[in-house]
Design a protein around this ligand. Structure first.
Ligand SMILES: [Zn+2]
Ligand SMILES: [Zn+2]
Length: 347
C-alpha cells in the first residue's frame, strides 16, 4: 500500500509499505480522508516524533476493508470514523473512565502507524460507523470536533454566557461552533489574522477582535460592558493568548486552556494575581474522551453533523492527494500561509 512515511525531521517519503496485519479484534480501514493536525507539525517540521520511521495521521475516516476473527460489531464495507487513542483499559485512570490520562496508552498516528496511508489497522472499539449523509471529509474531522466539545463539557458549560475564543485556528473555530450549539449568549473570536476572523464570522461568531490592532482592548471591554467574559477558551497555545486569557476573564469566570503550549510561558506576578482577584477557575483540557469510550463528544459530533448544525466543511482550507503531502507541508513552512484544516484524500 501507499503510505507517507516520516523518516526524520522534514523527511516524509510516499512509499510502498505492507498492508498492516490484523489482530483478532482489529479491522482494516481503507482511508478515504485524513487530516493534518497542529500536533503533527512539530513531529514533521521538528524532532517531536515518537520514533522513526512512522506513519502519522490520527484524524481519519474510511471504509472497512477487512475484519479480524474476533470482530463482532463492525462489518466489511461500513463507513467508519477512526478513534486514535488506544488506552490500556486496565489502569485506575482507565477504569475511572479517564482514558486520556492513561499512562500506558498507545495512539494511532503518533505511537503506532496512522492514517496518512491507504490503509490503517485499528481495534473495532476504535471505529464509529456513520451513514451516507455524512461525507468522509466531514467524518475525518470528528476527532478535532470532539476535542473542542470535550473542553466545553469539561468546564461544565451550560450556555447563557458570553464566550471568548482565543485563536481562530481549527480548534478555535470548532469551540466557536459548539459554544453556539450549546447556547452561548454570544461568542467573540480573537486572532491576529483577518482571513481567520472572517471565517469565524461566517461560522457564526457574533464579534471578532484582531489583537494586532492597536487599542483592541477597547473593543472587548465595550462588548462586555467592561466586565470581561464569563467563559474564556484559549485554543492557540501561545504565551501571548494564555496571558491575554487572564485579562479577558470576568470575575468568577471559567478559563480553559485547550491549546498546547510550545514555548516557555511566563506570567508577571501582577498578571497571575488576576486569578486571585477575579477568583476565576483555570482548567486544562486534554484530548476528547469520556466514558463509555470514546465518549459522547464523538457521538454528539455525528449527531449535530446530521442535524446540519455543525459545519466541519467550513474549517477546511485545502485538500491534497496523499501523494501531495509534501506540498501541504511546504505551506506549513510559510508562516501564516495555512488558514484552516488541510485534508489528505485517497482518490
Ligand atoms: Zn490532533
Ligand atoms: Zn489505562
Amino acid at each position: 500500500m501507499k503510505a507517507a512515511v516520516l523518516h526524520g525531521p522534514n523527511d516524509i517519503r510516499v512509499e510502498e509499505l505492507e498492508i498492516p496485519a490484523l489482530e483478532p479484534d482489529e479491522i482494516l480501514v481503507k482511508v478515504m480522508a485524513t487530516g493534518i493536525c497542529g500536533s503533527d507539525l512539530p513531529r514533521v517540521l521538528g524532532d517531536a516524533a515518537h520514533h522513526y520511521p512512522i506513519v502519522l495521521g490520527h484524524e481519519f475516516a474510511g471504509t472497512v476493508e477487512r475484519v479480524g476473527g474476533g470482530v463482532t460489531r463492525v462489518k466489511t464495507g461500513d463507513r467508519v470514523v477512526g478513534v486514535p487513542l488506544k488506552p490500556c483499559r486496565k489502569c485506575e485512570d482507565c477504569r475511572s473512565g479517564h482514558f486520556a490520562q492513561c499512562k500506558h496508552y498507545s495512539f494511532i498516528g503518533s505511537r503506532v502507524n496512522g492514517s496518512w496511508a491507504e490503509y490503517v489497522a485499528l481495534p473495532e472499539s476504535n471505529a464509529i460507523p456513520f451513514g451516507e449523509e455524512i461525507s468522509f471529509e466531514e467524518a475525518a474531522l470528528v476527532e478535532p470536533s470532539a476535542v473542542a466539545l470535550h473542553a466545553l463539557q469539561l468546564i461544565g458549560f451550560q450556555g447563557g454566557e458570553h464566550v471568548a475564543v482565543l485563536g481562530g485556528g481549527n480548534i478555535g473555530l470548532l469551540v466557536l461552533q459548539w459554544a453556539r450549539i450549546l447556547g452561548a449568549r454570544e461568542v467573540t473570536v480573537f486572532d491576529i489574522d483577518e482571513e481567520r476572523l472572517s471565517t469565524a464570522r461566517q461560522l457564526g461568531a457574533d464579534h471578532t477582535v484582531n489583537t494586532l490592532r492597536p487599542g483592541f482592548e477597547d473593543d472587548w471591554k465595550r462588548l462586555t460592558a467592561g466586565k470581561g467574559f464569563g467563559i474564556v477558551m484559549e485554543t492557540a497555545g501561545s504565551d501571548v493568548t494564555m496571558r491575554l486569557s487572564f485579562e479577558l476573564a470576568a470575575n468568577k469566570a471559567k478559563v480553559c486552556f485547550v491549546g498546547t503550549p510550545v514555548r516557555e510561558l511566563t506570567f508577571s506576578h501582577k498578571q497571575f494575581e488576576l486569578m486571585n482577584r477575579k477568583e476565576f477557575t483555570l482548567t486544562g483540557s486534554w484530548m476528547s474522551y469520556s466514558a463509555p469510550f470514546p465518549g459522547k463528544e464523538w457521538e454528539l459530533t455525528l449527531h449535530f453533523l446530521r442535524k446540519g448544525l455543525l459545519n466541519l466543511k467550513g474549517i477546511v482550507f485545502r485538500q491534497f492527494d496523499l501523494d501531495g503531502i509534501n506540498d501541504a507541508f511546504d505551506l506549513y513552512r510559510q508562516p501564516g500561509a495555512v488558514k484552516g484544516k488541510i485534508l489528505l484524500l485517497n482518490r
